[in-house]
Design a protein around this ligand. Structure first.
Ligand code: COA
Length: 258
């Protein structure tokens, strides 16, 4: 995978979009790699969480590759847009918790990718924007759907309809990110979050994520049934027994993801 760097260390997958000269913009090939990697990591039971970064210090991801897109024929535009929205949807469907680490720009598809993750943190130089309306298009990879669900319709309309760019502090105030730290402290903040995630039972976090993602798309009654079904998948697991045993024995649990 030439546009992505990926490794798994201590049950955590670390993925970096590696196109610093293009501010980590999403080329067709990068989208295909992101889709394939999302499927691969999602089915890897050794992976308990996924951390996504942009290479370099300037940019998480500058969105669709505008240079490449300029050369796409009208007939190929549909499949081209499908590739980026497919990649971002694939990323949103990874069953394990995902964390976007936003250093610098997150524009267009880059912001759509960040909001397809479960958690987001930002360096103090981060800039976010669904800027597509300023380019004569509109967000087409989930932005109009995921952003209002995250920060509310009113704030999402302000950002999207004006193609506004906001800084890390504003993103924090809107609840778009959960923390903002100086760029030099970004890696230690990631480690802190990863350490918290690894305290949790892997199947529990997967099931809780599924319950939230599916349950918030339906009415409360159906949502409660989804929650119940997910909860039941955590019963009769070795990890549930381990959690109870560890509590009784006043020690930290050792979860196996079974
Ligand atoms: N697609 C393709 N290439 C991109 C890109 C994109 N989305 N964003 C940046 N690049 C390229 C630039 O063309 C430039 O390449 P060059 O060195 O061959 O000229 C290189 O990355 C550096 O970009 P530059 O604009 O010089 O850097 P900067 O740090 O001053 O600004 C951005 C970076 C991201 C603010 C600016 O490039 C930009 O606004 N990009 C478009 C972002 C956008 O609107 N995305 C939404 C797409 S729907």
């Amino acid at each position: 995978m030439s546009n992505l760097i990926s490794s798994v260390r201590d049950h955590i997958a670390h993925v970096t979009i590696n196109r610093p000269d293009a501010r980590n913009a999403l080329s067709k090939e990068t989208n295909e790699e992101l889709s394939a990697l999302a499927a691969e990591l999602g089915s890897n039971s050794d992976v308990r969480a996924v951390v996504l970064r942009g290479s370099g210090e300037k940019s998480f991801c500058a969105g669709a590759d505008l240079k490449e897109r300029k050369g796409v024929s009208p007939a190929d535009t549909g499949p081209y847009v499908d590739a980026i929205s497919g990649a971002i949807t694939a990323w949103s469907k990874i069953p394990q918790p995902t964390l976007a680490v936003v250093n610098g720009f997150a524009f267009g598809g880059g912001m759509e990718l960040a909001i397809a993750c479960d958690l987001r943190i930002a360096a103090d130089n981060a800039l976010f924007g669904l800027t597509e309306v300023r380019l004569g298009i509109m967000p087409g990879a989930g932005g109009t759907q995921r952003l209002p669900r995250l920060i509310g319709v009113s704030a999402a309309k302000e950002l999207i309809l004006l193609g506004k760019r906001i800084d890390a502090k504003q993103a924090l105030a809107l609840g778009l990110v959960s923390a903002v730290v100086p760029q030099a402290e970004l890696d230690s903040k990631v480690e802190e979050i990863v350490a918290e995630l690894t305290l949790c039972a892997p199947l529990s976090t997967r099931m809780a994520k599924e319950a939230i993602d599916r349950g918030t798309e339906v009415g409360i009654e159906e949502g409660l049934q989804i929650e119940r079904a997910c909860y039941e998948k955590t019963l009769f697991t070795e990890d549930r027994n381990e959690g109870l045993r560890a509590f009784a024995e006043k020690r930290a649990p050792k979860y196996q993801g079974r």
